[in-house]
Design a protein around this ligand. Sequence first.
Ligand SMILES: *Cc1c(COP(=O)(O)O)cnc(C)c1O
Length: 430
Amino acid sequence: MTASRKNYRKKMIGNHKLSPETQMMGYGYDPALSEGSLKPPVFMTSTFVFESARHGKEFFELAYGKRQAAEGEEPGLIYSRINNPDLEVLEDRLALWEDAEKGLTFSSGMAAISTCLWAYLRPGDVIVYSAPIYGGTEFLIRNILPEFGIKSVEFEAGGDKPTLAPAIEEAKKLGRVAVIYTETPANPTNGLIDLHTCRDLADKLGEDTGHRPVIMTDNTFLGPVWQSPLEHGADIVIYSLTKYVGGHSDVVAGAAIGNMDVMGPVMGFRTILGTMCDPHTGWLLMRSLETLKLRMTAAAENAKQIAVYLRDHPKVKKVHYLGFLKEDHPSYHIFRDQCGGAAGSTFAFDIDGDEAAAFRVLDALQIIKLAVSLGGTESLMEHPFAMTHADVPDDVKVRLGITESMLRISVGVENADDLIADLAQALDAA
Ligand SMILES: *Cc1c(COP(=O)(O)O)cnc(C)c1O
């Protein structure tokens, strides 16, 4: 074996642990297997040729769990719905950010979410979930899961009273609580959820009832650079890779990451549902991962300047920016301990005006684009009440503070002064 073949999954130099941003350029890929190509080729193939019939048999035995892997044995390549080199390298790299054993990529964030829920929910079960939550997730839980006999109980993120414990008490009366599903920070309010509390309550429920729910956390807003939910109590961390990880608004993809014991059922369901990512998208995502930390750092720096500008603007009533949390706010300790004090670069703000005024601001933008989605190199703005959260019942929106005066901005990596100049002239139209 040559030195490079031994090094392609190196995690340490001596006793120095390598950082994910360093590893994104090489980890998990062995150039010797691809003619010395520095970058992984795109493996645009549906199927893989077996060296011999015996190899084919052994690969299937392992893939279908008919036997345990031998010491050092890697799963053989079979068929691109089951595995593909681009996805394997990408998944190994995603898992590094979370210090987890297994990453799986999907054709969209919703494919990741629905496959994870399908793997863990059965008729009669109850899912406890945080609000506000991504619109597609909300639709799945509120409208589709009940058709399969699955009930749900909601709890509010970022409130000043404990909301999860009462929600679990209510859920217990309805059936087996199988999943606690969280999104933190929540979109668009940036409400926070304490994952340590989730874990403590899930453990207690496990002791009381004999079934411990799986804790899933959608980490699309801050992760994986600013927040590591697995460290704080989540079992599975979920991403829309469409957002910060893809980062260029040119792919739709998702991921679920965790340790082998929880990811096993998700992997089995992905193989059968066929919700995996495709090799070309996987290749683009590897390219994106090389600049993930740079992009998220630059965007967060811009966002801080914009948040400060908006806070002092006479036509802005409130800026829902995590960096402005006061020390006496109940969420402050979660922000400090769980997000490492990182505020990210997507946040909402309330203008002094109604829907018409908010629309005038959006229609006046010259650089910032009027579009939903977030986490790309370019800045985007939208109106949550009428757009991303259109489907949430009005009374729920009002309860969660999503009003007609609210605008959401995803700050990109442009020059901050240019963005501020654009916001200044757009707010004149309010
Ligand atoms: C966009 C988004 C999703 C859904 O991801 P898709 O890739 O669009 O399917 C899920 N959660 C959050 C927080 C999102 O922003």
